[in-house]
Design a protein around this ligand. Sequence first.
Ligand SMILES: [Zn+2]
Length: 337
Amino acid sequence: MTKALAHVLTLGAVWLVSGSAAPSSEASTPTAMTLEVAESIPEPSAPPIVPFAERPHVNLDAVWWTAPRHETVERLADRWGLPPEDLVAFNPSLAELGAKDRVEVGTRLCVYRFDPALPSRSVGAPNQGHLEHGAPFIEGEAWILREYRPRSWATRHVVTELAAQLHAFALDHPDAQPVKLGEFSQRGGGKIKPHRSHRSGRDVDMGYVMLERPEGHKHTLATRATLDAAATWSLVQRLRDSGQVEAIFVSASVQEQLVPHAMGTIDAAELSAVFSVLAPDFRAEKSAFLRDVPGHAAHMHIRFACTDGDESCRIAQRRRGKKGHGGKRRKRGKRRR
Ligand SMILES: [Zn+2]
């Protein structure tokens, strides 16, 4: 039995039968017992419907962080956009400190704890909605987070999915540089300047995979001298194959650098489905996976899809679909997606 088939059979009893989408990282891992049951299922004649690749499990029960400076509780809470009382609730030992007392640098602090009674939801459209019970992005070796993180929140689904994909990507590309993560959403979502979207917990700005390790606060322009185009294409392909990402905004100048690497991995029809830059009127092409939205030559903007159970997110999608993408016309200026 091939390795891939073994995975499919393992999945048979768990996901394929129910016809649901690919499992999120929060789904329980198939157990040995599942495998026993699955092996009695005859080999399918048709190819598997749900692609499956091994992926790391992301534990999002709690998020821990190390205090980077000798600072007060108020200042530390501010780094995550948390009310100080919430930080104290997550870390009861902080209650003993006075308002002016400082926490030792290097102290491990909990900044998030999962409460199953409070499901994480993306509510409304990305340019109008908000985020309920979001989670902060976790620390990991395959990516670099900013030191100041009040805009590092997303739905639990987005955090687990992106962390798992980035981690798996790094395992496949041990020589690739870590990517720099930028803006997500605020803890409760809503408007953040200068963005038009990033309001509902499913938008993420992420630097491209670069030839040098990214330093500093800003993303570096992705040129032929700076961009690791082969690795970036591989990461984009992985995100697309996950089925969890709706679209990625990537400037035409960067798409052009990725196309040669994609040509060996997907056929002509797929190339057109992925790259807006291959369309005759590429600025107008809105159905491709990679879209040329101006302002994305130094970072990509990943828009995750609504999850199956998130009706508040889907209702907004349907309403938007009826009106079309128009709405108010965007003013020219420094607004970003
Ligand atoms: Zn963005």
